[in-house]
Design a protein around this ligand. Structure first.
Ligand SMILES: [Fe+2]
Length: 256
């Protein structure tokens, strides 16, 4: 039995839990399905306890929606940095358990790549959020782009893709193409099935994808929390060499 399973095997009424053979700690947080009550936040208040899942549970898309829709409604109103964190982490906790997703009715070419091979399809059912299914042919790219009105939970469903996230390191920039400024790389991740990548409007808000040799597909669960701006999607070009390797600072500019 793993240490984690030992924790999960304890009664809710016990004050001490065994985290390793003969090693006990005093319970500070009520654990459900491997997730603390702090993380679950609004989920706890909006979903009956009997429906909270066990560690091994996986969800169909319909089961995911039955949990995600009330959860999103209860948490989406707090658009502070911390509120977005709670929203995204809570939604991600159940999105990570999705194993089957209906095929989108239609696939459309993504406008976010330099060449064909990246497609987007809409999967209905989200209440307050949009579920987009993406698929990438081997070695294709979705360009680095900024999210400035909708946050995102990305989940890998198949294959693998490198996901990079950046934030602006200087004072926030207007979208002036060709004007140099500095960004910080905050995430450099291999997204494989079940992995999650989060974009809030305050963290990791520029992201791009590079599919591996077998291609990749997954979901983007996007939630608009600000009005859509007049400008189109801002795309970013980043220098290949870091200006400050230790801090992962790079020179960058917005593309035309
Ligand atoms: Fe995006």
């Amino acid at each position: 039995m793993t240490e984690f399973c030992k924790i999960m095997s304890q009664s809710e009424n016990e004050n001490e839990i065994e985290v390793a053979d003969g090693v006990f700690v005093r319970r500070r947080t009520f654990l459900i399905g491997g997730l603390s009550s702090t993380l679950l936040g609004g989920l706890m208040s909006s979903i009956p306890l009997r429906k909270v899942f066990a560690q091994s549970d996986t969800f169909s898309y319909e089961q995911f929606l039955s949990l995600a829709n009330p959860l999103a409604k209860s948490l989406v109103g707090d658009t502070s940095t911390e509120g977005q964190d709670q929203y995204l982490h809570s939604l991600a906790a159940i999105a990570a358990r999705i194993k089957t997703v209906p095929e989108p009715v239609a696939w459309n070419d993504s406008t976010q790549s330099f060449k064909p091979g990246t497609d987007i399809g809409f999967t209905p059912g989200g209440d307050g959020f949009t579920v987009l299914h993406w698929r990438m042919a081997p070695n294709t790219q979705i360009r680095l782009h900024r999210h400035d009105y909708g946050n995102v939970v990305t989940i890998g469903l198949g294959g693998d893709a490198r996901v990079e996230n950046y934030e602006i390191a200087d004072n926030d920039q207007d979208y002036i193409p060709g004007k140099s400024f500095r960004v910080r790389k905050t995430v450099d991740q291999q997204l494989t099935p079940g992995n999650i990548n989060l974009v809030s409007l305050d963290r990791n808000y520029i992201h791009g994808f590079t599919a591996g040799p077998d291609g990749a597909h997954g979901l983007d669960i996007t939630t608009r929390i600000r009005p859509k701006p007049d400008h189109g999607t801002p795309y970013l070009s980043v220098s290949s060499n870091a200006a400050d390797e230790a801090r992962q600072i790079y020179e960058a500019e917005w593309e035309e």
